[in-house]
Design a protein around this ligand. Structure first.
Ligand code: GRF
Length: 219
């Protein structure tokens, strides 16, 4: 069984969506550890409720970024996962950490990357008056939100949308996108060829898979 470690900092709704997809056998994996850098993260209780081991490594108790990253890397390596899954993990990671898990660490970002990397993507999309927004799953590299794009989902931006409304619409789709993309990776249908710097779907070059919407909640 493919072993996943999920890193969170807060609410953990993407972690919950992954755990539920595992329970429904839609994600052929086992979440072996959840790591949080914040002791108060709501996702910690969600993990405990599900009987998933949790490691809380408070970054404020570490002397510097490297000490924190090394402590996290040690906990991750101890459980030997195939994939490291960032799910609302709000820490910039050091190059040392990223290189250690290169090629097997993914992140979900709430925008159609390369548009709106970094914080406040919904606010910035609304300010620009775009008609379309969404979420992206990508491999993590040392470039912030800039690694190879694996998959994405689009949502419309509606007249009168607030940041909260857009956030909710995107988040609902994130919960479908992340398990879907991860499962394609686990089944090795989706593969990143590092040498050719090319994504492959079922062995064919691909620019990233796109999840189609089945339902739209404009609330
Ligand atoms: C999500 O919008 C995700 O795309 C971003 O941070 C948020 C995390 O939400 N990276 P949650 O903690 O998974 O509910």
């Amino acid at each position: 069984m493919t072993r996943l470690v999920v890193l969170i900092s807060g609410r953990g709704s993407n972690f919950c969506a992954l755990a539920e997809a595992v329970d429904r056998h839609e994600l052929n994996a086992q979440i072996v550890l959840v790591v949080s850098n914040r002791p108060e993260a709501a996702g910690i209780d969600e993990a405990r409720k599900r009987g998933i081991p949790v490691a809380v490594i408070d970054h404020t108790a570490c002397a510097d970024r490297l000490e924190f990253d090394r402590a996290v890397a040690k906990r991750i390596s101890a459980v030997n996962p195939e994939w490291v899954v960032l799910a609302g993990f709000m820490r910039i990671l050091s190059d040392e950490f990223i290189e250690k898990f290169a090629g097997r660490m993914v992140n979900i970002h709430p925008s159609l990357l390369p548009a709106y990397p970094g914080l406040h993507s919904h606010r910035r999309a609304l300010a620009d008056g775009v008609s379309e927004h969404g979420a992206t799953v990508h491999l993590v590299t040392t470039q912030l939100d800039g690694g190879p794009l694996l998959g994405r989902v689009r949502v419309p931006v509606c007249v009168g949308d607030t940041e909260t409304m857009l956030n909710e619409r995107v988040l609902q789709q994130e919960h479908r996108l992340y398990p879907w993309v991860l499962n394609l990776l686990i089944e090795q249908r989706l593969q990143w060829d590092q040498h050719a710097r090319q994504l492959l779907l079922d062995g064919e070059p691909c620019d990233g898979v796109e999840l189609q919407q089945t339902e739209m909640n404009s609330a």
